[in-house]
Design a protein around this ligand. Structure first.
Ligand code: AMP
Length: 281
């Protein structure tokens, strides 16, 4: 596996692969890899001839006071995991390469960036779209794989690709969970033993909502309050939002009719955890 830090070297590698007629798959990550990331890599192997994993903790998507400085990092472990998956390139640029002196241009997410996580993390999705657009221009992939755990991010990237005419296929990969249902996340490392136990309430609450819908409940307000109630039974958990919304526009729904996205963010200790599920009436 090649480890590339320089933007120009990454571009040169991709240009050569493209000229040789090979299809490049990109998996963007912030590192501290887990099975969720690795399943995206395996999806990448299926959809491309070459797989590039980018590892970049993007300062532009963290607000002041968020966990940019303390975000878990372990480059050596990540490198070994990716080597084992037979990844072709690990692209790991320093922040100065991605945001050189004088940098001032950003990609602004539209209304999709204002719902859900956008409410409590203003500027977050602008940071995401900006860095993803940069990665697309540097790696020049034919296909890029994103996890549906970050469902809003997936929809925003899809929108950006359509709006800015990137010639890139975007694949959404299902959420990978621990045995007890907790969605895998690098931020789960923030949880101590008790908090880790408490974090099971996220998945439990999603399952409760799915059961309610199966039993015939359609009213969004009642489903949302049942979900909040389930989370709030856990004393260590604080609900940031629970939203039942349209899976494409992310606008709040009054009733489940067809497909609806149930998305939530919960704080437990130092961790801010997100999860979601699609409900079908
Ligand atoms: P991150 O390193 O957290 O920025 O995540 C990098 C990519 O991995 C994003 O597309 C995430 O949606 C995806 N991802 C993270 N956790 C999971 C998971 N548990 N299941 C599926 N995809 C995931």
């Amino acid at each position: 596996m090649k480890v590339i830090e320089k933007v120009s070297e990454m571009q040169k590698w991709s240009e050569a692969e493209r000229c040789a007629g090979r299809r490049i798959a990109l998996v963007p990550t912030m590192g501290f890899l887990h099975e969720g990331h690795l399943s995206l890599v395996r999806e990448g192997k299926k959809s491309g001839d070459r797989v590039v994993v980018s590892l970049f903790v993007n300062p532009a998507q963290f607000a002041p006071g968020e966990d940019y400085g303390s975000y878990p990092r372990d480059l050596e472990r990540d490198r070994l995991l990716l080597e084992r998956e037979r990844v072709d390139v690990l692209f790991h640029p320093p922040a100065e390469a991605m945001y050189p002196n004088g940098h001032q241009t950003h990609v602004e997410a539209g209304p999709l960036g204002r719902f859900l996580c956008g409410l409590s993390r203003p500027g977050h999705f602008r940071g995401v779209t900006t860095v993803v657009a940069k990665l697309f221009n540097i790696v020049r992939p034919h296909v890029a794989i994103f996890g549906l755990k970050d469902y809003q991010q997936f929809q925003i990237v899809r929108r950006m690709v359509a709006d800015l005419h990137f010639d890139i296929e975007i694949i959404g990969h299902p959420i990978v969970r621990e045995k007890d249902g907790l969605a895998m996340s690098s931020r789960n490392a923030y949880l101590d033993g008790r908090e880790r136990g408490a974090a099971r309430c996220l998945h439990r609450s999603l399952k409760k909502a799915a059961l309610l819908v199966r039993q015939g409940e359609r009213e969004a307000a009642r489903i949302v309050s049942a979900v909040k109630e389930e989370i709030e039974r856990e004393p260590l958990a604080r609900v940031e939002y629970v939203s039942l919304c349209d899976p494409c526009s992310l606008e709040e729904l009054e009733a489940v009719d067809g497909e609806a996205l149930l998305a939530l963010a919960v704080r437990i200790g130092k961790a801010r955890l997100i999860d979601n599920t699609l409900l079908k009436a």
